[in-house]
Design a binder for this molecule. Structure first.
Ligand code: ATP
Ligand code: MG
Ligand code: MG
Ligand code: MG
Length: 510
């Protein structure tokens, strides 16, 4: 099995109807070539635009047989295991074909078997299946009416279409301001009857609530093995991966595993004129011997890119946007052709890395809460990097790594006075001592993003206690302009939106 350097498709806009139809031109935030797909099945037609890396035909992103057609954005990480349950002699060529064969054997339960980063649309008989990976890490949106199901990996492409009008979809999240558009839940298959437009949601994954007690050495060995495997599955043979590296334990751990898996590694760190973690990243670079680059982005330029962060993530959560903005700015600064990028994103959620005290009850409360509320925030969206043509993937949210980390008892996460103890101990032989013991520092803190965004608001006359609320208004207005309104982020001025949000807040508060 050879693994491609990039997935066959990064995203799609698709429509299924009993008769034919056509897919309107789509404007994706994802950068890439567009390929049209037009599949006539006996009982329905599936037409789509796939967005994919230029120069790579997206053949492996689509598959069909007599009665079923599959579209896939993203990739699978447990291919060998998936192949092993197929009849001998079946040689699926690419992940969409693999999925098609699994669907024949297991029906929609096939999605329970897959460890991946993907969104999929399946047309079969008079039904449409919309599936997300366990984490919903590739966002998937839909608009459903009797006789038509539209689906897209970017809500903005559905906003641009007025049809179909859209039925309510029970148990799915409405997209703010976009009538009739819903986001498919993480870890689920939405099964839609094409004739009636009625839907049933089947959960295919849920965060564990039970906790495992393990001896220290067993827990650290299990974490190391799971992370090594998840990183290796995300490294393509012959390709040098790129790790976005802060010098914190999470990304440094990924860098150590990736260097081992690939034999060579590129790393990149971003900082601003107000703060950076360059020295801490450099310690890891020197230890591993990576080819490294530092990118400094002035805070004013960083804030000017807020419209891009909202456009790419399609998130309305201001805290999440502060985490994502420095990364979006970093990805945008990476020139050249599409790279496979690994991040240390998401480790703090199952490990409660933000928990800065020794008592354990609150730690597990934080884990349960965060695991119950991540869906729809779009923190892991591939569009963040795909807007400059790069494919990003997050080993800590690999299904096996995540299941393990979530399930460990709280005393293994906070231990010997350290946050994320089990991860630090698991990586002790692979990284410098200073990296292993370095306290957590959020990307929004290390880059000064939170404080420079606050300062911008205060310069526009926002009072200190109102900063949080005005940030929420700013992000929502950026969302309405770039996602709902179809404005390109290059035409949207952060300063103007801040001015208007500050004024609206002042009027409302007066
Ligand atoms: P820790 O959580 O212990 O600080 P970390 O810095 O690796 O470890 P986060 O701060 O949670 O993790 O940041 C999330 C991810 O974003 C990182 O793992 C890394 O991949 C990326 N990242 C964060 N800051 C930077 C930066 N300054 N330059 C490049 N990548 C970064
Ligand atoms: Mg591999
Ligand atoms: Mg982290
Ligand atoms: Mg950090």
């Amino acid at each position: 099995m050879t693994e491609p350097a990039l997935p066959a498709a990064f995203g799609f806009l698709a429509s299924a109807r009993p008769g034919g139809g056509r897919v309107p031109d789509a404007v994706f935030a994802t950068r890439g070539s567009h390929t049209r797909v037009d599949t006539a099945l006996p009982d329905q037609s599936l037409i789509a635009t796939l967005v994919h890396a230029p120069g790579i035909a997206p053949d492996a992103a689509q598959a069909r047989d007599t009665d079923t057609a599959v579209l896939l954005a993203g990739e699978f990480y447990n291919r060998a295991a998936l192949h092993s349950v197929l009849p001998p002699g079946s040689e699926p060529d690419g992940d969409a074909q693999l999925l098609l064969q699994l669907l024949h054997r297991y029906g929609l339960h096939a999605f329970r078997l897959i460890n991946g980063r993907f969104a999929a649309m399946v047309s079969t008989g008079r039904r449409v299946l919309l599936a997300t990976d366990h984490a919903g890490s590739v966002p998937l949106y839909t608009r459903v009416a009797p006789g038509e199901v539209s689906a897209s990996t970017e809500a903005k492409t559905l906003a641009a279409q007025r049809d179909p009008r859209g039925f309510p979809l029970a148990d799915a999240r409405r997209v703010p301001g976009l009538t009739g558009v819903y986001q498919a839940p993480a870890g689920s298959v939405t099964e839609i009857d094409l004739d009636s437009g009625t839907a049933t949601i089947h959960r295919t994954w849920t965060p564990q609530l039970g906790r495992r007690i393990m001896p220290e050495d067993e827990a650290t060995a299990a974490v190391r093995a799971a992370l090594d495997q998840a990183v290796a599955a995300r490294v393509a043979p012959g390709d040098t991966p790129l790790v976005v590296l802060s010098g914190g334990i999470d990304s440094s751990g990924v860098a150590a595993c990736a260097h081992r898996a690939a034999g060579s590694l590129d790393t990149v760190s971003m900082g601003t004129d107000t703060s950076d973690e360059f020295a801490q990243a450099r310690a890891v670079v020197d230890h591993l011997g990576t080819r490294h680059r530092e990118i400094t982005i002035p805070s004013a330029d960083l804030l000017a890119q807020l419209p891009y962060a909202v456009w790419a993530s399609e998130s309305v959560d201001p805290d999440i946007i502060e985490y994502l903005l420095p990364l979006v700015a970093l990805y945008r600064a990476l020139d050249g052709s599409g790279r496979r990028i690994l991040t240390g994103y998401g480790a703090d959620i199952p490990l409660a890395g933000m928990h800065r005290e020794d008592r354990l009850p609150n730690l597990d409360t934080a884990v349960v809460y965060d695991m119950a509320t991540f869906d729809g925030l779009n923190e892991m969206s591939p569009v963040l990097s795909a807007l400059s043509g790069h494919w990003s993937t997050h080993p800590y949210w690999d299904r096996d790594v995540l299941d393990l980390l979530v399930s460990l008892e709280a005393g293994l996460k906070r231990r010997h006075g350290r946050d994320k103890w089990v991860l630090r101990a698991a990586l002790a032989d692979a990284l410098p001592e200073e990296t292993i013991t370095r306290p957590k520092l959020g990307v929004h803190e290390g880059s000064g993003t939170t404080s420079s965004f606050s300062r911008l608001l205060i310069e526009h006359g926002v009072a200190e206690p109102a900063v949080k609320e005005v940030k929420r208004l700013v992000v929502r207005e950026l969302f309405d302009l770039t996602v709902g309104g179809g404005r390109h982020p290059s035409e949207v001025s952060t300063a103007e939106v801040v001015r208007s949000a500050a004024e609206r807040f002042a009027r409302g508060a007066a």
